[in-house]
Design a protein around this ligand. Structure first.
Ligand code: 6CS
Length: 349
């Protein structure tokens, strides 16, 4: 497996060299462009389908000038390897989850705060589209690390799966919870009393099957498509957070593109916001039905009441202070601004 990953990474490097020789990025007149777009998901799943659709639209708009090769997850290493590949320009574009940049872009961990965004996923998407805190201030923090997030989009509300029912924070006592590798995510689960264990999702099915971990969090489509429900007995509809993905580009590469190419990418990114929303909605609804009706792998679905969610919210709130004091490099200014934007969006009903 390691050999395969190394070979794939090597062929990507060679492709990158070839592309420079062809003089990618000239004045835009008749030039051809070959870009690589890596995702954290596989065929059929939201991020991969997003990148394919993005590539298709760019090809059409540019009359075939822009060719984007989309890479599904697995061949190029772990999610954090992919972050590095974007940073060093081995790939030009990536769909990235902030949870995998948590040890580097401290402020990006804002998305790990539970019960921050509205429960209404559509409202959350509106905030992701328009927030200055995210699209200007947080973008600048990422750009310090050569990553430009062009957009943020939800892959759906997150739910928990487990082999013992989770209905109150007490049920998380000593529970081995798989998380992405981000200090704030770990802190959030410690606050519930759980024992968080970061790992790549590529290892998660086996880890759940062998009881190396007891449970995990993800949107419903991902739980179903990655078959986690096959090796778990319960799914708790907690809506404790929203899964946010970012469309990112290597900062220097993007700034070096001719203006009309940058505009084409920006325009496509903007159009794709609605596409991504509709896609996650369809996939999450469909997978919920599939999981409910899967007779062979029965999963008990627990819907938390507002009162039950309140008990989790109470434990999650002090993590805001942890974020401001220990994580944010600028006194929590981004969080403060984002909270105001969320408040405004929620009261604009
Ligand atoms: O749980 C994870 O790590 C994965 N979940 C999603 C929804 N997308 C990719 C990510 O790596």
């Amino acid at each position: 497996m390691l050999g395969l990953v190394a070979a794939s990474a090597m062929s990507l490097m060679l492709a990158a060299c070839g592309q420079n020789e062809e003089g990618n990025g000239g004045d835009g007149g008749g030039e051809s462009y070959n870009w690589r777009f890596v995702t954290e998901e596989v065929e059929g799943q939201g991020q991969y389908e997003y990148a394919e659709e993005f590539a298709k639209r760019m090809k059409e708009k540019s009359d075939g000038q822009v060719n984007i090769d989309v890479y599904e997850f697995g061949g190029l290493g772990s999610e954090t390897d992919q972050v590095e590949q974007l940073q060093n320009g081995t790939v030009e574009m990536a769909v990235m989850s902030p949870g995998f940049t948590g040890n580097m872009v401290n402020e990006g961990q804002i998305f790990a705060l539970h019960f921050l965004f509205p429960d209404d996923v559509e409202k959350t998407q509106e905030i992701l589209n328009t927030s200055e805190a995210l699209n200007t201030d947080l973008r600048e923090r990422y750009e310090e690390h050569s990553i430009t997030p062009l957009s943020y989009w939800t892959e759906g509300a997150m739910q928990w799966t487990s082999n013992t029912p989770i209905e109150s924070p007490d049920d998380f006592q000593s529970f081995k919870m798989r998380t992405q590798d981000s200090p704030l995510i770990l802190e959030s689960y410690k606050a519930y009393g759980a024992d968080p264990t970061p790992m790549s999702w590529s290892e998660l099915y086996t880890a759940l099957d062998r009881n190396t971990v007891d449970g995990q969090e993800n949107p419903i489509f991902f739980i179903g498509d990655a078959s986690f429900h096959e090796v778990q007995d319960y799914m708790t509809i907690s809506n404790h957070n929203n899964y946010v993905a970012m469309t990112t580009v290597n900062t220097d590469w993007f700034n070096g593109l001719p203006e009309e190419m940058q505009e084409m990418v920006n325009e496509t990114t903007e159009e794709m916001q609605q596409w991504a929303f509709d896609e996650q909605q369809a996939q999450n609804e469909e997978w919920l039905e599939t999981i409910k009706n899967d007779e062979e792998n029965q999963t008990e679905i627990i819907e938390l009441t507002e009162e039950q969610r309140e008990a989790f919210r109470e434990k999650a709130m002090p993590i805001r202070d942890y974020y401001i004091e220990n994580v944010s490099g600028v006194d929590g200014a981004i969080l403060e601004k984002l909270e105001k934007e969320i408040e405004e969006a929620e009261s604009a009903e």
